[in-house]
Design a protein around this ligand. Sequence first.
Ligand code: AMP
Length: 426
Amino acid sequence: MSMTFADLSLAPPLLRALAEEGYSTPTPIQARSIPLLLQGRDLLGMAQTGTGKTAAFALPLLHRLAATPRPAPMGGARILVLAPTRELVSQIADGFESFGRHLQPSVTTIFGGVSQFHQVNALKAGVDIIVAAPGRLLDLINQGLCDLSQLEALVLDEADQMLDMGFAKPIERIVATLPKDRHTLLFSATMPKSIAALAESLLREPEKVEIAPPSTTVERIEQSVMFVDAADKKAALLALLRQPGIGQAVVFTLQKTIANEVCAFITEAGITADALHGNKSQGQRERALEAFRTAAVQVLVATDIAARGIDVDTVTHVFNHDLPSLPESYVHRIGRTGRAGRSGVAITLCDAEQRAWLRDVEREIGRALTVQADHPWHSEAAKNSTLRPPVLGGAPVKEIRPQEKRERKVWTEEEKLMARAAAKAA
Ligand code: AMP
């Protein structure tokens, strides 16, 4: 018989919330991590989003709050979770609020790009849980507006991405203000040397839990490619979106301008859609995600920069209006469907210019995509193309040294895309 959450001895208010959420069986990372974390062990978790890792750390930390009720320290918190992006910060905070609904912990999110006013106000009386992006949190600490000297537990989520984004120093400075005697958890999708070193410096005799590489999600997703001429892409996409059985769909495009065009085109055709990309303000991005989450819009048209932030279980289809120029982005993109154990469908439109990128993707995932040729737009020219992929603008090609990429600061996903494509074409 498989394990249930009740077997994990979590506090009854948590079990009730899980039942209401419809979670009955722990995912592998939950089954392995929760017992260790309930014992207070430090943890080094290698896992991607989509594995259920948020609940894997949120549940035992909420259990701690239930088991040892005490007022939150003034100006500080009992639990701190650090995460790389504001989208992820919001998502994690939502997780704590949802699983903790019968415990009602105070949860505050802290990130840049918005006024610090409400964040500072929330902190004054102290909160149970802070979920924060490192930059703004360090700002508040430096201004004397946040004091974490009474902290009980620290989580670093998506630590590899935080280092990629240049947060190594802010993390070090934040950690220097925390008590040494604390419970520490570190999650990362990959384990480069820099992460191993960070884990070594932060964790005490950690238990290591490593969970299924991305392929397990990817295997549940039915993937295919349609070869089409560039001029037919929008029409082909629209026909796909109108097929029966499409619930909610995410459409990926190469660039922001194409995202806007595609969004306008399908909206014009009567499909509810919104665009999500780096040119949108935080408010616009949050509204777009929320409208999608509540199914007020059916289709989200996004660039790669937005791929990781889209965590909606009901996405049935991913359509790639364009191939990504970075093959690993393909895996992130299609991982927006097939979530929470469901199956999903990913269909990629490939024109002659992007044919080379499809080869890169197939090399990355270790297999060829099924070709759908039985449709009005099939293009043999695209299928047999040997064209070079497009150049995406004048990013600083000289600067790219892949072996150093993990240590590098401030490369946005879009800059990386452009630089890599420019390098390939050179
Ligand atoms: P995460 O890896 O934390 O981003 O979680 C991936 C998705 O799986 C989220 O949408 C969760 O709602 C869902 N999920 C997490 N744990 C479970 C579970 N035990 N049973 C069913 N769904 C889950």
